[in-house]
Design a protein around this ligand. Structure first.
Ligand SMILES: [Zn+2]
Length: 327
């Protein structure tokens, strides 16, 4: 299988966690993902389609011509590995940037949430390595953007409670301040024009910490740089829940005047899907075609909600929110 694939290496890339032993597919060097057996006789095209659908390989990225010319530099804050590809990549792909950097905050996530844990064991540090490998593969190799992780420990380990409504948190003000300092430093060092950050839908504590740090950084940088822009992204899959989204928006709107930004993502659907498939350690029960349908549906629903007219049919949108001013 691998030999035949290498013929097509101009078209396809094998994802970092997979290797081949004859016709068998091995996941993370630990688990026989697929045992071909004697009856596994497929043509080369069928094999490629099988591997594509299983998320073992993806198409090499063909650089899309961005819809909008843009001379700006953008910094994206991602609480966890995969938040960028799931929720924010459409905004970035829509424009031609001078510089793109993704800053990941929390690299360590609960190994109890590892979806493959019923099949084989990994420890916490292995899980972190796996996730970092996915992110650097997706962001640096696939998209050719810059990537950095601050590698902070997971929320539960920091002793957070679930209740996290206060804007300025008393439980750990220094984490938000420390993070916001790091963001400000990075902003000043590389003079970014746009900061893209999570909205905090569903109030996941790590996302709230990122939101607080970003807004604190905004208040500081805005004083020095007039045309500086902060844009929030809705987090998926949480933002599918309209009630949670509206609740969060109402809260954020009590501090900031927001302007909605609608991005048409029709041209980036396959790219977004392929980049999500890179994070294969995060799911074991959904294949590439199913994932494509899921994200397409998400983008269609946004199009419907945003007053998609009849002649707009087939349009796929993502929604973002720009801070217009501090209230
Ligand atoms: Zn997240």
């Amino acid at each position: 299988m691998l030999d035949q694939l290498s013929v097509d290496s101009k078209k396809y890339i094998i994802l970092p966690h997979f290797s081949f032993k004859g016709d068998d597919i091995i996941f993370l060097d630990k688990y026989k993902y697929f045992v071909a057996g004697d009856n596994f006789k497929l043509s080369n095209t069928e094999k490629i389609n099988f591997l594509l659908n299983e998320g073992v390989i993806i198409r090499k990225r063909i650089k899309q011509v961005a819809n909008k010319k843009c001379k700006d530099k953008i910094l994206i804050i991602e609480p966890h590995p995969d938040d960028f590809v799931l929720s924010a990549s459409g905004f970035v792909l829509d424009k031609e940037w001078r510089d793109v950097k993704v800053m990941n905050i929390f690299s360590k996530t609960l190994v109890a949430n590892f979806p493959w844990s019923d099949k084989f064991f990994i420890n916490e540090s292995e899980f972190e390595k796996i996730r970092m490998k996915e992110s650097s593969f997706a962001i640096e190799q696939y998209f050719e953007f810059k990537f950095e992780s601050l590698r902070l420990p997971l929320a539960q380990k920091r002793g957070y409670e679930n209740n996290f409504h206060a804007r300025k948190t008393k439980s750990e003000p220094c984490l938000v301040e420390m993070l916001s300092k790091k963001i400000v430093n990075e902003m000043e060092k590389n003079n970014y024009d746009v900061l893209l950050c999570p909205l905090g839908v569903k109030k996941h504590v790590d996302h709230i910490v990122a939101f607080e740090a970003c807004t604190l950084a905004y208040e500081k940088i805005k004083k020095q740089k007039n045309n500086f822009q902060v844009v929030f992204y809705e987090e998926y899959p949480y933002a599918r829940n309209k009630r949670l989204l509206l609740e969060r928006l109402e809260y954020v709107r009590s501090f900031f005047k927001l302007k909605k930004i609608i991005v048409k993502v029709n041209d980036y659907l396959q790219l977004i899907n392929d980049s999500i498939m890179i994070y294969r350690s995060q799911f074991d029960n959904i294949n590439s075609k199913q994932m494509l349908e899921v994200i397409k549906r998400d983008f269609e629903i946004v199009a419907i909600e945003e007053g998609n007219s009849e002649n707009d049919k087939g349009n796929l949108f993502q929604r973002y929110y720009e801070i217009e001013k501090i209230l």
